[in-house]
Design a protein around this ligand. Structure first.
Ligand code: SAM
Length: 242
């Protein structure tokens, strides 16, 4: 219909639904400007997508959150805002420049809990045997269920490692915890390769979906949702660890 567009609909939803403490918090817009000024790519989640992360985190009572791919901390801030003050949020970022801008943004937004930014290639950070994400000996038996892992993991870094991030996220998430993958559709390219070259943007994602298919519902319950609008044709996949 005339005059209708996915972008205008996004703007409408944002104007109606932005919560004063979440998407409408002016420090978040300042953070986006700071990122732009630093020459960073404009690839953060949209305001409503960020607020959706807040809804999920708050709705499930998440206290411990892990994010892979910080950028300037826009999505991190939505997640942190949804946590109780005794919560914990870890986020992993390869670029020291991005990590630095994110820290400035977290200070500006006055986040509490304050996110811990782990700087490095996410797989190295996640697999460092002496690092923050190593499974302590006896974890499975020794710790109460709620302390065994993250309540929520948000995967939003380089697409080529998505399958490896998925496996690490499964390891680090508690039973009943939720794993969200951004960019889970990539304009429908998950369905078919456009040319003979492997498309590294979707090969990892396809491996995730193949894994879920083969799991046949034993480990996870997952859904994939397509999105349009400010972020164009893409989507989220969301799973709960059974
Ligand atoms: N989650 C952010 C948001 O919505 O505000 C957006 C993250 S952006 C799409 C992806 C980020 O992942 C970039 O900042 C990029 O530098 C980072 N990245 C890329 N490869 C990485 C890697 N191997 N390890 C960690 N971070 C990586």
């Amino acid at each position: 219909a005339q005059g209708r567009s996915a972008e205008a609909t996004d703007a409408y939803l944002e104007s109606k639904l932005s919560h004063p403490e979440y998407a409408a918090d002016p420090s978040l817009a300042r953070g986006q400007e700071r990122a732009k000024d630093a020459g960073m790519p404009e690839i953060a989640v949209s305001a409503m997508q960020g607020q959706m992360l807040s809804v999920i985190a708050k709705g499930m009572g998440a206290e411990k959150v892990l994010e892979i791919g910080t950028l300037a901390g826009y999505s991190t801030s939505f997640l942190a805002k949804a946590l109780p003050s005794h919560g914990q949020i870890d986020t992993i970022e390869f670029s020291p420049v991005h990590a630095k801008v994110s820290q400035q943004n977290f200070l500006d937004t006055d986040l509490f809990p304050f996110p811990t930014v782990h700087v490095g290639a996410a797989l190295d950070v996640l697999r460092d045997p002496s690092g923050a994400f190593a499974s302590p000996p006896g974890t499975e038996q020794g710790l109460p269920l709620e302390k065994r892992g993250y309540d929520l993991v948000f995967i939003d870094a380089d697409k080529e490692n998505y399958f490896e991030y998925w496996i690490e996220a499964l390891r680090l998430t508690r039973k009943g915890g939720v794993i969200i993958l951004d960019n889970a559709v990539r304009g429908g390219r998950i369905v078919s390769e456009e040319n003979d070259q492997p498309d590294i943007d979707v090969t990892g994602l396809r491996k995730v979906y193949d894994w879920v298919e083969q799991d046949a519902g034993k480990t996870v319950l997952m859904s994939g949702i397509q999105t349009v609008g400010a972020k164009a044709w893409d989507g989220f996949a969301i799973a709960v660890k059974l």
